[in-house]
Design a protein around this ligand. Structure first.
Ligand SMILES: C[S@@+](CC[C@H](N)C(=O)[O-])C[C@H]1O[C@@H](n2cnc3c(N)ncnc32)[C@H](O)[C@@H]1O
Length: 268
């Protein structure tokens, strides 16, 4: 009974967050949102969403804590290394001399964006890489401030091969920092993919481990923006547990085996 009361008031809380702060979590998966909000409620010893709404009124800085809880930023360099292996082959075969526009949507603290930049440095010609850019965006501006510092703990680098570590990182304050030639390829910016227009003319698009937090209708809605962004013949990379929304599946061909890498078909 108590649990049901709490569930019933969740839309009210999400509406409040949207109207007060403009963060639209209304179509994120309910189970995941409930789990994340529960953490705050437990921390504050608050037992209903209604009381939590009141607490937000009285303590506006709580919004930032809630936001940080709702946006899960777990990542690592070369997450799913086999995907980067496949991408390396694709780039060398199809794009090696092309000036590329790459977009990491939902880039968290930058691990994926710098991994992409390293991949491009390894796979493109020197001339192409000079003009290539990785646009790395996230809803969380604080995470991006951290990403721009490009400094990481050893745990997030466990998939980085020793020669790549040596070539593209240096040690600083007991951590690893990304070298400037790689940092210069990446441009970070805040972009809420639910509420904002997307980037156009992209040839390689990473959107990994973001759709898992969206309900089906939001996945369709957001994928429409990604589809608009990606040039015909371009590559989109989704996370391991994610699928192409059904209404777009016919416009993409899978690349590699079970990798969740897809090529956008060229219309004839
Ligand atoms: C789990 S991380 C994924 C990081 C990286 N793509 C990876 O796969 O390792 C999900 C990221 O999506 C971001 N995010 C959540 N909602 C978003 C939205 N509406 N627009 C843009 N980014 C969002 C979060 O802030 C978080 O950094």
């Amino acid at each position: 009974m108590f649990k049901k009361d709490r569930e019933g008031d969740l839309p009210m809380l999400l509406e409040k967050i949207y109207h007060e702060k403009g963060w639209d979590f209304r179509n994120y998966k309910k189970s995941s949102i409930m789990r994340r909000v529960s953490k705050r409620l437990t921390c504050l010893d608050i037992h209903s969403y209604k009381k939590y709404c009141q607490y937000l009124n009285d303590t506006p800085h709580e919004y930032e804590k809630l936001f940080s809880n709702l946006t899960i930023k777990v990542s690592e360099f070369f997450r799913e290394p086999e995907v980067f292996g496949e991408l390396c082959g694709i780039i060398k075969t199809n794009f090696s001399e092309t000036v590329l526009k790459v977009w990491c949507c939902g880039c968290a603290y930058g691990e994926e964006a710098y991994s992409a930049a390293i991949l491009l440095s390894e796979c493109l010609t020197t001339d192409a890489v000079k003009h290539t850019k990785v646009f790395a965006t996230d809803i969380d501006g604080e995470a991006l401030d951290q990403a721009r510092k490009a400094q990481y703990r050893e745990e997030s680098l466990k998939n980085v091969p020793p020669d790549i570590l040596e070539k593209y990182f240096f040690k600083a304050d007991g951590q690893y920092k990304v070298k400037y030639n790689i940092r210069n390829l990446v441009k970070f910016g805040v972009l809420d993919i639910v509420g904002s227009p997307s980037i156009s003319g992209v040839q390689i698009l990473f959107c990994r481990n973001l759709f898992i937090y969206f309900n089906k209708s939001l996945q369709e809605q957001v994928f429409e923006k990604l589809d608009y962004s990606l040039r015909p013949g371009g590559i989109i990379v989704l996370g391991k547990a994610e699928v192409l929304p059904p209404s777009f599946a016919h416009r993409y061909s899978p690349v590699g085996e079970r990798l969740n890498v897809f090529r956008k078909k060229v219309a004839r």
